[in-house]
Design a protein around this ligand. Sequence first.
Ligand code: 5GP
Ligand code: SF4
Ligand code: MG
Length: 454
Amino acid sequence: CGIVGIHSLSERNIPQDLFFPLFSLQHRGQEGAGISYLNNGKLVTYKDLGMVSDVLGRYLEEDRKSTVGIGHVRYSTTGGNQVENVQPIQASCNKGDISIAHNGNFSNSDFLKSKLTEKGAIFGCTTDSELVLHLIAHSMQDTFYKALKETLCYLEGAFSMVMVREDNLYIMRDPMGFRPLYIGQKDGFTVCASESCALDILDITDYRSVEPGELIVVNSNGIQSEIFATAKRKAQCSFELIYFARPDSQIFDTSVYASRLQMGRVLAQQDGDEIENFDLVMSVPDSGNTAALGYAKESGLSYELGLTRNHYTGRSFILPTQKKRELAVKMKLHPVKEIVKDKRIVLVDDSLVRGTTSSIIVKLLRSAGAKEVHVRLSAPEINGPCYYGIDVPTKEELISTTKTPEEIAKHIGADSVKFLPVDKLKTCFDKSEDFCYACFNNDYPVEPKTGKDK
Ligand code: 5GP
Ligand code: SF4
Ligand code: MG
């Protein structure tokens, strides 16, 4: 998911201001979009299933004066694809009217849910984000701020969150820093968003990463920040840099583009002398583009745009069922025959999850006349689920849990398949120990807690 929070010292058209950064974060979720903002002192929420421009486009034609608001784009990890699960989630409780937008998953949500259900809580949707509102409401603390801080200490796993209550914008990031979050400011106008590309579009150039464990309050008195908790280690999601974030963004104080370029270079180094047997490098657009460019730069092979992408389709993986994903790949990518015919191709993509995308693409390239197809992935082999907000399917569906790279090559019809191993991926990051690689190496920074083990 993607989140945005805005506060302004003077009145502005906040719904319109929210539209643009949310539009920039569309790649982080295409199932639903929504905003909450203060309208004449009252909190209102508008959200629906669909893309940002469809759901929120109407705000471009209206002038609604406000000072604070939050927004969300949804991609489902917990909870199904239903309108009740679209965020922000607004509720009235003993601590006032609150709205929340959340990116990440709580790894102890089952545990917290069963505790709260025992106490009589009623859940209106199936996302884990609603938990936060329940915990705030159940808190015995006498102020909202104290109740919020208490709540944050119950939460485990991944949360980059924004919240609005009266004229206050609350911004917080979990102590391990799983999901990115940026904050920037210009002339009394404060914007926070999942990635820096969403601040760029509002011409906010003075920005920084919200720290892991940081809680920020923005209101008419200015900005207040504190560290509410520290963790033994950081666990920034390496998959954000490999795949999820936009290449023109900064996340985790790192350039996404530079990281991907380096991953491609290391992939080429790994191939060594084998490169002599290849004619050209191509990417699976768009997620493989930057790594493929890195591979080309390092290897000296020419980089060709051998697959044309139809831009009027969404991200294929993001679709909820396998059948829909298969059709989506064919609708999205088509080979350029005169480039691939009779060629020995290095095909760079970011990752193999189920292997659906690659097997269809390899087939397409072969029927366009490709002589050889060598698939290279800038992600390591995915070996386990993610409990922190990326939709990695169950172990059984992951192709790498049951097949070696050689078997995968056979399965998808490629001449060879090679991944970037975790230790080589680490060389692409500064402070590699501050990242999570759990879905690759099963070293989970926090174990998920279920409802049973109390
Ligand atoms: P596969 O077809 O192997 O199941 O999925 C691989 C493709 O989906 C890659 O091209 C990659 O760009 C994209 N992808 C890989 N992992 C993820 C993920 O966790 N979430 C989403 N949304 N897309 C992914
Ligand atoms: Fe990212 Fe994988 Fe860790 Fe999930 S398990 S946070 S996808 S690196
Ligand atoms: Mg892709």
